[in-house]
Write a protein that binds this ligand. Sequence first.
Ligand SMILES: Cc1cc2nc3c(=O)[nH]c(=O)nc-3n(C[C@H](O)[C@H](O)[C@H](O)COP(=O)(O)OP(=O)(O)OC[C@H]3O[C@@H](n4cnc5c(N)ncnc54)[C@H](O)[C@@H]3O)c2cc1C
Length: 289
Amino acid sequence: MDLPLSFSFELFPPRTPEGVAKLPAVIGELAAVRPEFFSITHGAGGSTQDGTYETLVTVVKHSGVEAVPHLTCVGSTRANIADLLERYRQAGVKRIVALRGDLPATAMSPSAPGEFHYASELVRFIRETHGDAFKIEVAAYPEMHPQAPNPGVDFDNFCRKVGAGADGALTQLFYNADAYFDFMDRCGKAGITIPVVPGIMPITGFANTHRFCAGCGADLPRWVRLRLEHLQDDKPALLDFGSEVVTRLCETLLRNGAPGLHFYTINQSGPTLRLWKNLALRAPAQVLA
Ligand SMILES: Cc1cc2nc3c(=O)[nH]c(=O)nc-3n(C[C@H](O)[C@H](O)[C@H](O)COP(=O)(O)OP(=O)(O)OC[C@H]3O[C@@H](n4cnc5c(N)ncnc54)[C@H](O)[C@@H]3O)c2cc1C
């Protein structure tokens, strides 16, 4: 029997007054297609946990859709994390994206300050302190986390997060469907059955796509990079091309068993809703024939 597909949207806490003012409208437009949840980043690009909480409140107020905070643990103490979990529980949060996060290299060694060094420790802590009160999503890296020494070590770490109690995973962005299928093959061989939902970044420009891929170690296929570079001064043509490439990626993923899609919206409704329309996704999340 086919399982219902899961579609979700990621937001970040806005960093400018204009971004704050625009966010309710963006949430309203995205909520109209009834995603399973909105997730809200923490710490990415300098945002604070207060920013995550405020954005969570905005999502609840303007959409009625489940709001899922990201929680990063590196450099934090157990007491800090316990306080945040309590605050989220009181706010009615039912699911958390549990992450390590990033700090300068010196702050991430096992001897660094802070009581957490890896996401698997955070997953274990949430399970130990809150049982099954939260559904826990973790990050997965089809093309390997950039700091890992090799794909085998990185995959062992993913298994450790699953073993610690993760219920599901959201992947880093990628533009190469085979990397995802290879990751899923490895999950199958390791007996991992939790849903691993591909993270989809719409293509809206040459420079930002290049930067996002370089930042997380994702492969931007040469032909895509060349076409984006060539189209960079013709925004409408670049958006058409980017939307076509990502639509095809999503179709390939869904046709071959991906359990849904997690869209990195970068706080814009247009690019994600264009993909949604191209894919003819209906609300609520449905089963693809
Ligand atoms: C879906 C998604 C959402 C994200 N949201 C945010 C966000 O909101 N805020 C933000 O700051 N960042 C975010 N990130 C980025 C993420 O924080 C970084 O990629 C970070 O570098 C790793 O986080 P992690 O949870 O994957 O770490 P981990 O799973 O802990 O892995 C980090 C590295 O450590 C290695 N490792 C893990 N355990 C061990 C061990 N026991 N021994 C040796 N090596 C080990 C892994 O192989 C990997 O190289 C997100 C990423 C994804 C994919």
